[in-house]
Ligand binder design. Structure first.
Ligand code: SAM
Length: 363
């Protein structure tokens, strides 16, 4: 079968799910290198060579969900739960703004009580107001990632100043979704939430876990087709990594190196299929290989999310075992990361929100 990849600069625009699957099945050094190269060109062509930093602030690990894969699930009694104060979040956000990051991601476990909603609304409003400066006249760009909420709550967060929202579908297969989540957490509601976010005016991001139990290449192909069908603006996806206290850890999965390659290939294929969306090189890539995020950039990602939560708290935000807890606010770490990005032939985008070209074109 002829490869569905075309020559650089004349990239295809429509891929069937079968073609997506065939790309995901690329194997062997030569085929994977061809995939990487095409994804790299597609990134430069549709998004430019800038890599945008988003400081990720994991402001609370308190969670009412009980996802079968996640280390901070409510049933895990070994987690020391924490919630950062507004002043701490603001301090970390200001650090990002001063460093030229342009945007932050505010992420936490999922809660829907009024106190939490008021807190998040207040934090978003304050971060927006307090980070306005000549270089960022509208303050930091804010991506929220606080799970499934009602339409009214999403609208409140939007009105407070969050303009991007990341809610992973986790898998586009309702069958797998049911196996990965307890009754009461439904695929249908996740989809409904994504539709609400879009109708309110957010730039919408979604994503999946790659290499998780029972997932096949055909499932992953459906995932990429789902991103396209949902017309998303951003993708945040990464390899599944077992957590010892989560039930799914008992199910065998591929070796880490295979899950890492599968995640890199999925990033590349998503870039070829969706072209002008933002794709994050996520922390989970780094958990499987120290330079995993840089490899993600090389396979078509254009956003990186340094962890700026203080290392003490970060240790308790253990979604999976061996989550990296480096001090990423250390100037030495930052300089080394920026050098590695430049070595990839890319440039760090500073003092801009770094919205995806797709979001601008759709507006
Ligand atoms: N509560 C918010 C939500 O559900 O969107 C944000 C926090 S949630 C912990 C963030 C993401 O972590 C999830 O969407 C999931 O994909 C990822 N995650 C959780 N456990 C994981 C694991 N064991 N391996 C890889 N990713 C995991």
């Amino acid at each position: 079968m002829r490869s569905p990849i075309q020559t650089s600069g004349k990239s295809k625009t429509n891929f069937t799910t079968a073609q997506i699957r065939s790309l995901l099945e690329s194997s062997g050094r030569k085929e994977i290198e061809a995939l990487r190269r095409e994804a790299h060109w597609a990134t430069l062509l549709h998004c430019g060579n800038r890599v945008y930093f988003r400081g990720i602030i994991e402001f609370s690990n308190i969670c009412t969900c009980d996802c079968y894969y996640c280390g901070i699930r409510r049933s895990n009694k070994d987690v020391v739960r924490y919630q950062l104060a507004k002043a701490q979040i603001l301090r970390q956000a200001k650090w990002c703004a001063e460093r030229g990051f342009g945007s932050v991601v505010l992420q936490s476990g999922e809660r829907r009580d009024a106190r939490f909603v008021d807190f998040v609304t207040d934090v978003v409003r304050t971060v927006k107001k307090e980070t306005r400066c000549s270089l960022l006249p509208d303050g930091l760009g804010i991506t929220l990632c606080v799970g499934e909420q009602s339409r009214e709550v999403y609208a409140r967060f939007f009105e407070a100043g969050a303009h991007r929202y990341l809610l992973r579908i986790e898998t586009a297969s309702p069958r797998l979704f049911r196996r990965w989540h307890p009754p009461g957490q439904t695929y249908e509601n996740r989809r409904r939430c994504l539709s609400h976010l879009r109708s309110i005016g957010y730039q919408v991001g979604t994503g999946v876990m790659i290499g998780a139990p029972w997932q096949t290449t055909a499932d992953l192909a459906e995932d990429v087709a789902f991103f396209k069908e949902m017309d998303v603006d951003m993708i945040g996806m990464g390899p599944y990594i077992p957590h010892r206290a989560a039930p799914l850890a008992r199910i065998d999965v591929d070796l880490p190196a295979m899950r890492l390659q599968r995640a890199l290939s999925t990033i590349a294929v998503a870039r070829l299929v969706l072209r002008d969306v933002n794709i994050a090189a996520t922390t989970a890539l780094q958990a499987l290989s120290p330079l995993g995020r840089e490899r993600g950039l090389d396979f078509g990602a254009n956003v990186i999310m340094p962890q700026v939560t203080s290392p003490d708290c970060r240790k308790q935000y253990t979604l999976y075992d061996a989550k990296p807890c480096d001090n990423e606010t250390d100037p030495g770490f930052q300089n080394a990361l920026e050098r590695r990005i430049r070595n990839l032939g890319r440039e760090v985008g500073r003092n801009r929100w770094g919205d995806s070209p797709h979001a601008w074109i759709r507006q």
